[in-house]
Ligand binder design. Sequence first.
Ligand SMILES: CC(C)(COP(=O)(O)OP(=O)(O)OC[C@H]1O[C@@H](n2cnc3c(N)ncnc32)[C@H](O)[C@@H]1OP(=O)(O)O)[C@@H](O)C(=O)NCCC(=O)NCCS
Length: 144
Amino acid sequence: MDLRKWAYEDIRQIAQLEKECFSDPWSFSMLADTFMNGNTVTVCATEDGNVLGYGFVVVAGEDADVANVAVSPAQRRKGIARKMLESLVSKAGSLGVKRLYLEVRVSNAAAMALYLKMGFVGRYVRPRYYGDGEDALVMVKELG
Ligand SMILES: CC(C)(COP(=O)(O)OP(=O)(O)OC[C@H]1O[C@@H](n2cnc3c(N)ncnc32)[C@H](O)[C@@H]1OP(=O)(O)O)[C@@H](O)C(=O)NCCC(=O)NCCS
């Protein structure tokens, strides 16, 4: 498995994985806009030309937001998300980011377990944050 930043050619596969992993997926064009945005740090895990997982962080000065992290259902529990997050944290830190935020659905126990293991802590709940009415837990990791 290889970890690297996105290439434009990856976006088609990433958009497909978005549909498989989220009930409210980002579209191809939203992902392409993100890719073009100079304030975004991206990572994808690939093997034999296949994208197994991906993630990205949007940087705004000393704060940044983990926008999405997902791994293909067939490739989960192999440490891929943890490795991608470690890479995103390291790159964000080298850009001067001091605090990394994210929102996670309160029902998403797998993601919360991952983020807790990665040193994120829950800060507060955003009621009805998602389009279907579900609450989000806002989590933050202070970078050293
Ligand atoms: C959440 C997600 C990204 C985790 O990806 P993954 O590659 O399977 O995660 P990892 O293998 O790196 O797991 C690292 C740790 O996170 C925790 N974890 C991950 N999945 C878990 C699960 N289903 N149940 C409980 N803990 C879990 C564990 O502590 C795990 O360590 P362990 O395997 O040694 O016990 C993946 O389940 C996914 O893509 N879900 C759908 C998209 C999503 O919800 N993304 C997050 C949006 S906020």
